[in-house]
Design a protein around this ligand. Structure first.
Ligand code: GRF
Length: 196
């Protein structure tokens, strides 16, 4: 049974979906939910789900990303996780952190990577005139939103879509995709998941 640390910055809906999946035969269990934002909505949700929570506030480490990441690492490693899941964790990570968890860290990104790395993915997909959009789970490497893709889910872009309506169509797919990919990854299977 793999132990999973989940890193969030916001509402934590993907975290909830992961935690709620980790029951029964599922090959992993949540060990920690950590936020860099005190008061992030996901912390109360994790607490309600009975998962240990922690806060490492990046603002306590002004202009010292390395000290922030070392604090993150020591708090995460205290629970001895096998896998790290980034789920709406909105900090850029440096090689200090990335190399420490190399090969055992996943992220979910709301675009069909390699398209639209970075922010404002939904607006960029609409602006480009794309007819489909979606989300990707990928292994985290040194390249931002650039590691091997372990799963994707696709949705149509409808006429009249706004970034908000498109995000609302993609988010439930994120909630389905991430637990499926994590389950495979936890058993050492890197075959990409394709949804629907
Ligand atoms: C999701 O859209 C995720 O893909 C992106 O940030 C959002 C996080 O939402 N990276 P939540 O905190 O899981 O609700």
């Amino acid at each position: 049974m793999k132990r999973v640390a989940i890193l969030i910055s916001g509402s934590g809906s993907n975290m909830v979906s992961l935690v709620e999946s980790m029951v029964g035969d599922y090959p992993a269990r949540p060990a920690l939910v950590l936020s860099n934002v005190p008061g992030a909505g996901g912390l109360a949700k994790a607490d309600a789900l009975g998962v240990e929570t922690a806060v490492v506030d990046h603002r306590d480490f002004p202009k010292d990303r390395e000290a922030f990441e070392n604090a993150l690492i020591s708090r995460i490693d205290a629970v001895e996780p096998d896998i790290i899941c980034l789920a709406g964790f909105m900090r850029i990570l440096t090689p200090v952190f990335l190399s420490h968890y190399a090969g055992r860290m996943l992220n979910i990104h709301p675009s069909l990577l390699p398209k639209y790395k970075g922010l404002n993915t939904h607006a960029r997909a609409i602006e480009a005139g794309d007819t489909e959009a979606g989300c990707s789970v990928h292994e985290v490497t040194a390249e931002l939103d650039g590691g091997p893709i372990l799963g994707q889910a696709r949705v149509p872009i409808e006429p009249g879509d706004t970034p908000d309506t498109l995000a609302a169509r993609i988010l439930p797919m994120e909630h389905r995709l991430y637990p499926l990919v994590l389950a495979r990854f936890a058993t050492g299977d890197r075959t990409p998941v394709e949804l629907p």
